[in-house]
Design a protein around this ligand. Structure first.
Ligand code: 5RP
Length: 219
């Protein structure tokens, strides 16, 4: 099965996990787009839907699905999102699409996180994929130097501005044996808005599309 078909399969499997009346948070990316399409096809009534990006909001609205503001909904039942890497405990690297800050906020406001990926994203240890770090623009060089001190190789994502008006550094070569402590360490650097290590907001369930079908991985 090719990667596009796997994304469609896992999007459908994720849509089947959403209960009628759910208070739902939705992430960003090509896998999530397949989930949104499958969710729209199911046509179930949801209590509210909160989006993690303008791209996701646009896709939801194109399907006629109303989008609510997190400021008005309160906490959510379920958050569904893709990832760039997932380890054996449900820790993730996210932010390849640059929506990491809103994704982390909506994930934090949700009781349960279901991660949806194709099996190429499952890894033993995080870090092959460069870690995105959203940074206040005037702090870009300062934060880049701190990344070098941590052993990383930061690269400025040129021409990209986040939905929050910030910039992204993609950091290779970080040693991510302890995702939560590295997440905390990077988040404590002045100028960092969010690091794309999701150690604290990890998934409780990953749905991974494989050639043999969609595999469930509970943590
Ligand atoms: C966006 C993300 C995405 O979830 C991640 O990049 C995976 O995207 P895709 O499903 O397109 O592979 O974190 O900020």
């Amino acid at each position: 099965m090719d990667q596009a078909s796997k994304k469609i399969a896992v999007g459908r499997a994720a849509a089947a996990e959403v209960a009628e009346g759910c208070r739902l948070g939705i992430g960003t990316g090509s896998t999530v787009n397949c989930f949104i399409d499958a969710l729209a096809e199911r046509g179930i009534e949801l209590a509210c839907v909160v989006s993690s990006s303008t791209a996701t909001t646009d896709r939801l609205r194109d399907h006629g699905i109303a989008v609510s503001e997190l400021n008005t909904t309160g906490d959510l039942d379920l958050y569904i999102d893709g990832a760039d890497e997932v380890d054996g405990a449900g820790h993730m690297i996210k932010g390849g699409g640059g929506a990491l800050t809103r994704e982390k906020i909506v994930a934090a406001a949700s009781r349960r996180f279901i991660c949806i990926v194709d099996d190429s994203k499952i890894v033993r240890v995080l870090g092959e994929f460069p870690v995105p770090v959203e940074v206040i623009p005037m702090a870009r060089s300062f934060v880049a130097r701190q990344m070098v001190k941590l052993g990383g190789l930061p690269e400025y994502r040129e021409g990209f501005v986040t939905d929050n008006g910030n910039v992204i550094l993609d950091v290779r070569h970080l040693d991510i044996v302890d995702p939560v402590s590295l997440e905390d360490r990077i988040n404590s650097i002045p100028g960092v808005v969010t690091v794309g290590i999701f150690g604290r907001q990890k998934a409780q369930l990953t749905l991974a599309a494989t050639d043999e079908g969609v595999r469930r991985i509970d943590y």
